[in-house]
Design a protein around this ligand. Structure first.
Ligand SMILES: Nc1ncnc2c1ncn2[C@@H]1O[C@H](COP(=O)(O)OP(=O)(O)OP(=O)(O)O)[C@@H](O)[C@H]1O
Ligand SMILES: [Mg+2]
Length: 244
């Protein structure tokens, strides 16, 4: 069996009386892409936020390479947040600084690289996301899809092992969606594991090795895209918009 990188075991999370997660178990293996589906408000974003410790779980364990980290202090979480990178639902670029400064930001924060090394890394990253030479452009002068790719570049710049994507194709036109999914495929081909939260079922089916469905606080489906498309479960079928 291939090596598991990230494990969620019996994760519970409530906000007051609002029970969001009621015992979630997920295992992510090396290089694997997992598509996480669920209706609006089912707790997909909260789950990603819990994985990077922006939300604290009430019960259960979150484990990276065999080490439990969900209970650690804020400053002890930094190495895990470098290895497990979160690409925000909104893209969340800093509007007042240019593309170079946005992508370089984690390098200035977390490394001792020289300015020249940082320039080289950002240049290579811009090539990877198919925006070569755009260092000095301001985020507002980029299309929505380009902004998403810059956000993904920033999430990638510290060489994480796991990428958490929160609706990376939401609000994009078909051409930009294809560009973003192509970049996700490129990162997958480089060996990165990912959890892809989305309502964009065709993109999830094209990219993911496994589809997971979150419903009323539990994982009610966890299998291959083929099994997902041929499932007879009525809840799973609600997501199969193109199924006859
Ligand atoms: N900080 C918070 N305090 C209280 N309730 C919260 C908080 N964050 C999220 N929630 C609640 O948790 C539930 C799950 O929210 P979440 O954002 O994870 O949903 P989601 O599955 O990502 O939905 P969408 O598909 O619309 O993005 C919602 O009922 C939301 O109101
Ligand atoms: Mg969400």
């Amino acid at each position: 069996m291939s090596e598991s990188i990230l494990e969620l075991k019996n994760v519970h999370k409530s906000f007051g009386k609002n029970k969001i997660h009621r015992g979630i178990d997920i295992t992510l293996k090396k290089g694997e892409s997992l598509g996480l589906l669920g209706g609006s408000g089912t707790g997909k974003s909260v789950l990603l936020r819990s994985i990077i410790g922006l939300e604290r779980i009430d019960q259960g364990e979150i484990i990276f390479h065999g080490e439990r980290y969900d209970h650690l202090m804020e400053d002890e979480l930094t190495p895990y947040r470098i290895k497990i990178s979160y690409s925000f639902q909104s893209g969340a670029l800093f509007d007042s600084i240019n593309v170079f400064e946005n992508i370089a930001y984690p390098l200035f924060e977390h490394t001792n690289f020289s300015y020249q090394q940082i320039k080289d890394k950002v240049r290579d990253m811009l090539k990877l996301i198919d925006l070569p030479g755009r260092e000095s452009v301001m985020p507002s002068d980029l299309s929505g899809g380009m902004q998403k790719r810059v956000g993904m570049a920033r999430a990638m710049i510290l060489n994480p092992e796991v990428l958490l994507y929160d609706e990376p194709t939401a609000g994009l036109d078909p051409a930009n969606t294809l560009n973003v999914v192509a970049l996700m495929q490129k990162l997958k081909d480089k060996g990165l594991a990912s959890i892809f939260v989305t309502h964009d079922i065709p993109s999830a089916l094209s990219l993911c090795d496994r589809i997971v469905v979150l419903h009323e606080g539990k994982i009610i489906f966890n299998d291959t895209p083929i099994k997902f498309q041929t499932s007879s479960d009525p809840i799973v079928n609600k997501f199969n918009v193109h199924k006859d």
